[in-house]
Design a protein around this ligand. Structure first.
Ligand SMILES: Cc1cc2nc3c(=O)[nH]c(=O)nc-3n(C[C@H](O)[C@H](O)[C@H](O)COP(=O)(O)O)c2cc1C
Length: 181
């Protein structure tokens, strides 16, 4: 199988050329049919899928399965800290941004003050992976609710609920099946 990761996805970006990550961002709705039309192996859709509508849309576009990350982050099983979970609540898509501030590799995160500071015109460029992670690591210890701790978030973060992970997945599939019936 091949995972088609759209640029909507939260967390680190999977990329063949880390240096070109910003220039090779593609939305899932364009990426998925492009791959499905050219491949003979199952394609798994990832990026911005956080409810049954997203699952149904991805399957309609030819995906064999979906991969979900951000939609599960606020579940008890994910056990992220309270500050990160609160940052995801109601988060608008444009309030998530690609950043190298945490590790040196590109990833999508909530646009916290920390992330915004690294994007300022006079900010130094982030160091290469994994040097950046070590450089800023000392700020991540201690109070885990400060915004310098990574707040990974996909563009559909506002759809993430605090329900148990099993309920979220079961509901997503039930919604998708009803839409596809
Ligand atoms: C907290 C978190 C960490 C992630 N870390 C990685 C990673 O290290 N490498 C990677 O290729 N994808 C990573 N991802 C992306 C997921 O593999 C997946 O593509 C993504 O979560 C799907 O998009 P969504 O978050 O909108 O559901 C991460 C996602 C999250 C939410």
């Amino acid at each position: 199988m091949i995972v088609a990761q759209g640029m909507e996805a939260g967390g680190h970006r999977g990329t063949f050329d880390p240096a070109a990550a910003e220039r090779t961002d593609v939305g899932l709705f364009a990426l998925l049919p492009h791959l499905v039309d050219r491949l003979d192996v199952p394609v798994v859709a990832a990026g911005g899928i956080a409810d049954g509508r997203g699952v149904a849309a991805a399957l309609a576009l030819g995906a064999s399965a979906v991969q979900v990350g951000t939609a599960l982050l606020r579940s008890p099983e994910a056990a992220i800290d309270a500050g990160w979970s609160a940052a995801l609540a109601g988060l608008a898509p444009e309030r998530t941004v690609p950043t190298r501030a945490y590790s040196g590799r590109l990833g999508r995160a909530a646009a916290t003050d920390y992330v915004a500071a690294w994007a300022a015109p006079d900010a130094p460029p982030a160091a290469h992976y994994p040097v950046q992670r070590a450089l800023v690591g000392r700020w991540r210890r201690g109070d885990a609710t400060v915004d310098r701790v990574n707040h990974w978030a996909g563009q559909s973060a506002a759809l993430a609920t605090t329900d148990p992970a099993g309920e979220i997945v079961t509901r997503m599939w039930a919604e998708a099946r009803a839409l596809l019936a």
